[in-house]
Design a protein around this ligand. Structure first.
Ligand SMILES: Nc1ncnc2c1ncn2[C@@H]1O[C@H](COP(=O)(O)OP(=O)(O)OP(=O)(O)O)[C@@H](O)[C@H]1O
Ligand SMILES: [Mg+2]
Length: 305
């Protein structure tokens, strides 16, 4: 007669004799080794991304800070521009952003040079942040009466990149969840748009409005702008719905969607409360590995022609 515990153990074994947990550990080890072995090409010119989706809470900020940290860890010099009055990217990167801190508001409204405002993130020697403070909440209205109101961030960024003593490889602009003048400034300053899409029911709603706004910007304000990258976030493999969203988005945007999916992960959501990205908070967690893999894909694909 079989021992009952033996039966229980047998039931968790697959036909190749490994348990699901053992398989997961082996898979994580394989991914860690592949990441450790990868060497990422650096772009010859700075690649400037706007991370945008007018839908709130889809992972814009999480994607911005974690991709930036992943690329910095791989040797790139990276700047994050926090263009959201909520200041979440500044928090996650551990940079000062109290109300009296010089910030992106002073740059776009008062013409303060960016070089006087940019801070280095404690996360990495290679990672910089232009912080946002609460003052930015009023900028949307103040911008309306300013000259060249759509170009202000671009002018400041171009000057900064030309005059900074070292070359930057990547710039990520974290946008607020709206399509107002701040987001327009980001589209005008960037060359590439990265759209994070949450793997949930309403994922594709609002996307056509975002894409038609980007087309308008391309036609009238920035002919160099292209939606180069779509990243699926908060993926939960156990739900049919998430898999359906992945399929729909891949069918619609076969060129732009990264192979890497960002899983829903508690470690990812905890990291900002320690003023850290998941890359430094828990480097070997599945969420961290996914952002490192996504960074690898972005680097290897290069900028669009
Ligand atoms: N992969 C993930 N797994 C678990 N939680 C996540 C993940 N990505 C993001 N989150 C959490 O979801 C919430 C929204 O994420 P995030 O702030 O990045 O979205 P957002 O698009 O920047 O939001 P907003 O539109 O308000 O700026 C946050 O609490 C974040 O910690
Ligand atoms: Mg955000």
């Amino acid at each position: 007669m079989k021992h009952p515990e033996g039966n229980l153990a047998d039931s968790t074994r697959s036909f190749d004799g490994t348990t699901p947990l053992a398989r997961e550990i082996a898979e994580n080890t394989r991914r860690r080794r592949a990441i450790a072995a990868q060497s990422l090409p650096l772009p010859p010119e700075p690649r400037i991304f706007t991370v945008a989706n007018q839908k709130g809470g889809v992972g814009k900020t999480t994607t911005t800070v974690n991709l930036a940290a992943a690329l910095a860890r791989e040797g790139a010099r990276v700047l994050v521009i926090d263009l959201d009055p909520q200041g979440n990217a500044s928090t996650a990167l551990g940079v000062e952003h109290r109300a009296d801190t010089p910030s992106v508001y002073d740059v776009i409204i008062n013409d303060v040079p960016m070089i006087e405002v940019v801070q280095k993130s404690p996360e990495s020697e290679q990672l910089y942040c232009l912080p946002a403070t609460i003052h930015l909440a009023g900028a949307e209205i103040e911008l309306v009466s300013l000259v060249a109101r759509e170009q202000r961030l671009r002018t400041a960024l171009d000057t900064f990149l030309d005059t900074f003593p070292d070359q930057f490889h990547y710039v990520f602009i974290d946008c607020p969840p709206s399509l107002g003048l701040l987001t327009i400034n980001a589209f005008v300053a960037a060359k590439e748009v990265l759209i994070p899409i949450q793997c949930e029911y309403y994922a594709l709603e609002g996307l056509s409005q975002l894409l038609s706004n980007i087309q308008l910007i391309e036609r009238h304000l920035n002919p160099d702008l292209a939606v180069s990258t779509i990243l699926l976030t908060m993926y939960d493999a156990r739900t049919n719905l998430a898999n359906q969203v992945v399929k729909d988005v891949r069918d619609h945007f076969p060129e732009q969607v990264l192979r890497t999916l960002i899983p829903r992960s508690v470690r990812i959501s905890e990291a900002p409360s320690y003023g850290q990205t998941v890359i430094s908070y828990d480097a070997n967690s599945p969420g961290s590995l996914s952002y490192l893999e996504a960074a690898g894909e972005i680097a290897h694909r290069g900028a669009p022609e």
